[in-house]
Design a protein around this ligand. Structure first.
Ligand code: DAH
Length: 361
């Protein structure tokens, strides 16, 4: 019967044209479902004579089998194609290097690194960290630190002053971290053991000076603090910081208004091949200023010099970073060049610790 073979041809064409499993299912329901075209033919058999039923039944069943077979084949092919497409889409080359992202991309600036190292070293010796504001009063930056009014040292500091207020008082950008000593003595009761890292400002700019730079101040006040303690602390600090077994120090008399006696400290080093190495050689490198806290400073900060004595020191952090990490030009520190930071910076999750290594590789 041409009807039946035309129907079969049309269903098979639909099966072949079905682009996905959903449209194939629509074709199946249209042909073999309860109300499908092939099922309708089968339902018609009941009205036929037994002979007709036999011959027509056989033909219709052939169509049914052909359609069912074609659908099964097409479904398998579509499944396979879908799987292929998914596998191609999810393809991953596990041999490629992992892309750097997030925390591993950033770098810690050498100055922040050195500050973290200082914190680790001095925390281990029982010091805590004290901070003060960058904008200071003349009183804390100079007067309480025993700089007499109109003393030339005030000018030596190349101070950035703000406009005077209604009372004629000028605030300033602190020229050193020493005013944080004053703040510590005014707010803490002895024994005091603090380091004060932070930004400092002087109107000065060349290869080794920038208008903003960093210092760390150290202060110890107790009933019996003496220069022997200071010497030991500085030696331990420099050994730990420069990661050398020994250092030798030379104390030279100097002058600071806030200490008496005042000293400058040189570290023994060698400069062979233009490279500075500590703990060897016959050369000396000036590294910091220090002294016993002047009785006037103690008094200005409410402490009785007959009862308490202390010592203090001040170091340039930028210089420490340059010396330790071989950084040639101070100005590059503040240029915010990511290529420089990528080269000289430190991985953010490698915290410096005394036990785990200060300058992680
Ligand atoms: N404040 C000094 C400066 O900036 C450094 C200094 C010297 C600090 C001696 C001190 C000290 O605490 O005792 O030049």
């Amino acid at each position: 019967m041409t009807d039946i073979s035309a129907l079969q041809a049309s269903i098979l064409a639909d099966v072949a044209a079905a682009a996905d499993e959903a449209s194939l299912e629509t074709v199946r329901v249209g042909a073999l479902g309860k109300k499908g075209s092939v099922s309708a033919l089968l339902a018609g058999l009941g009205k036929m004579s037994p002979d007709e039923r036999k011959s027509e039944g056989a033909k219709i069943n052939l169509v049914k089998d052909a359609v069912a077979g074609a659908i099964a084949q097409r479904r398998a092919a579509l499944k396979e194609a879908a799987l292929e497409a998914r596998l191609a889409g999810e393809r991953l080359d596990v041999t490629l290097p992992a892309r750097e992202q997030g925390a591993s991309l950033g770098r810690v600036h050498p100055i922040s690194q050195v500050m973290d190292e200082l914190a680790a070293i001095f925390a281990d010796m029982g010091f805590s960290i004290a901070e003060g504001p960058d904008i200071e009063t003349d009183d804390y930056n100079f007067t309480k630190l025993n700089f007499p009014p109109d003393h030339p040292a005030r000018e030596m500091h190349d101070t950035f002053f703000f406009e005077p207020d209604a009372h004629g008082r000028r605030k300033l950008l602190r020229t050193h971290t020493s005013p944080v000593q004053v703040r510590a003595m005014l707010t803490k009761a002895p024994p005091i053991r603090v380091i004060c890292p932070g930004r400092t400002y002087r109107c000065d700019s060349d290869q080794t000076h920038t208008p903003m730079f960093h210092q760390v101040e150290g202060l110890v006040v107790d009933r019996s603090s003496h220069l022997g303690h200071l010497k030991w602390i500085l030696e331990e600090f420099l050994k730990a910081f420069f990661e050398t077994k020994s250092v030798s120090l030379r104390f030279r008399p100097s002058y600071f208004p806030f200490t008496e006696p005042s000293m400058e400290v040189d570290v023994r080093c060698s400069r062979k091949g233009g490279e500075i190495r500590f703990g060897e050689g016959d050369d000396w490198l000036e590294i910091l200023g220090c002294g016993m806290v002047h009785p006037n400073v103690l008094r200005n900060c409410g402490l009785d010099p007959a009862e308490y004595q202390g010592f203090a020191w001040g170091v340039g952090i930028d210089r420490l970073a340059m010396l330790k990490y071989g950084l040639p030009d101070l100005r590059a520190f503040f240029e915010a060049d990511v290529r420089w930071l990528k080269h000289y910076g430190f991985r953010p999750l490698d915290f410096p610790t005394l036990a785990g290594g200060l300058s992680a590789p």
